[in-house]
Unconditional design. Structure first.
Ligand code: NAD
Ligand code: TYD
Length: 356
């Protein structure tokens, strides 16, 4: 029996990780800790919320007393840490919020893990079966030119307040391994897409706007390149790494799937025309070039050969297939999308759940 704390489990990627672990490991107890910020939505987990091996706790990782108390109440065998502020544009408007959650919140979890781990070592004289898995991003490596890829040894060079806060948290995680001997693992993943993606990010925002005949904002000339990975492939990679990586290691996760933003949006418009039975080219008329993002990284590309060679993980889906699947999901989950865009999920679903 393992008890795993998953932070940020009500968010986009976290909800997929929670679902995978709850369904795949009925012997594990999965505890989902989430503050339910604007990005946290318990409707993302409605299909598994009544499973006996799942429980939810509303709480803020920035609150050290709360985090310490949580670790004194539960005997966790592992933490999979996804809770974060995750949107680059929001980090430009409010950097401090990113420092609080992404840096201070991570250090609070590390401190609680360390104290719990040392306490066990002192009392039991045997090492505890415990791992701290930190989910990070390829954005910590900065930006690439036209060639090259990020490997696990690429020097950190973050440019946005978001990536700077994630880079800082990665350094703290490594420091707790190197200084205190805590069993830590980090993965740095490329851009994810798929179901339950919050519609402030490029792909779900574009799907929503196309569906509703609103302009699709393309920053700058749309020439920036991202390496896209289907979110369920990311969740599977996290499962493989959590269970098999050696302590103190890092793995890059990516899809070998680079697209300029404008090519991606044109492909999306084509799929949407077909799905909505619009004349070909109709949705692309919504493309609107807008002012570029400040400090906009030009290109990300992940070399995930270490993960493939050492742990045997490869992505399962081709991008075109994954994107069509994602469009189908959004078009058949109008209620989810409408609740999220109107904010109703905050008023009804989350509050109702927390009161229960
Ligand atoms: P998200 O914004 O969809 O979800 C974040 C979750 O964290 C939300 O449920 C939110 O309520 C919760 N949260 C925020 N602040 C909290 C706090 N102080 N205490 C407790 N919970 C809090 O993010 P996501 O896109 O699912 O990303 C999850 C993780 O994966 C992040 O660490 C992010 O840096 C990383 N990541 C994301 C991507 C991507 O493409 N989205 C790629 C690589 C890595
Ligand atoms: P985003 O989904 O915000 O992810 P990230 O910034 O973490 O890579 O953005 C993906 C790319 O799309 C990025 O190059 C910025 C660009 N973008 C737009 O062109 N328009 C938009 O409305 C958004 C949200 C992003």
């Amino acid at each position: 029996m393992k008890k795993i704390l998953i932070t940020g489990g009500a968010g986009f990627i976290g909800s997929h990780v929670v679902r995978l672990f709850v369904n795949k490991y009925p012997d594990y107890q999965i505890v989902n800790l989430d503050k339910l910020t604007y990005a946290g939505n318990l409707a993302n987990l409605s299909d598994i919320e009544n499973k006996p091996n799942y429980s939810f706790i509303k709480g803020d990782i920035v609150d050290a007393a709360f985090v310490n108390e949580l670790f004194s109440q539960h005997k966790f065998n592992g933490v999979i840490h996804l809770a974060a502020e995750s949107h680059v544009d929001r980090s430009i408007s409010n950097p401090l919020e990113f420092v609080m959650t992404n840096v201070i919140g991570t250090v609070n979890l590390l401190n609680a893990s360390k104290a719990y781990w040392f306490q066990h070592l002192n009392n039991e004289k045997t090492p505890l079966d415990f791992r701290f898995y930190h989910v990070s991003t390829d954005e910590v490596y900065g930006t690439l030119g036209e060639t090259g890829m990020f490997t696990e040894t690429t020097a950190y060079d973050p440019h946005s307040p978001y990536s700077a806060s994630k880079a800082s948290s990665d350094h703290f995680v490594r420091a707790y391994h190197d200084t205190f001997g805590l069993d830590t693992v980090i993965s740095n993943c490329s851009n994810n897409y798929g179901s339950y993606h919050f519609p402030e990010k490029l792909i779900p925002l574009s799907i929503y706007n196309i569906k509703n005949n609103k302009p699709i904002p393309v920053y700058g000339k749309g020439e920036n390149i991202r390496d896209w990975l289907f979110v369920e492939d990311h969740a599977n990679a996290i499962d493989v790494i959590f269970h098999n990586a050696k302590a103190g290691t890092t793995y890059n996760i990516g899809g070998h799937n680079e697209w300029t933003n404008i090519d991606l949006i044109r492909l999306l418009c084509k799929i949407m025309d077909e799905k909505l039975q619009r004349p070909e080219g109709e949705s692309a008329k919504l493309i609107t070039f807008v002012k570029d993002r400040a400090g906009h990284d030009l290109r990300y590309a992940i070399d995930s050969s270490k993960l493939k060679n050492e742990l045997g993980w490869t992505p399962s889906l081709q991008f075109e297939e994954g994107l069509e699947k994602t469009v189908d999901w959004f078009l058949s989950h109008q209620e989810w999308l409408n609740n999220v865009t109107s904010g109703d999920y905050k008023k009804y679903y989350n509050e109702q759940y927390v009161k229960r």
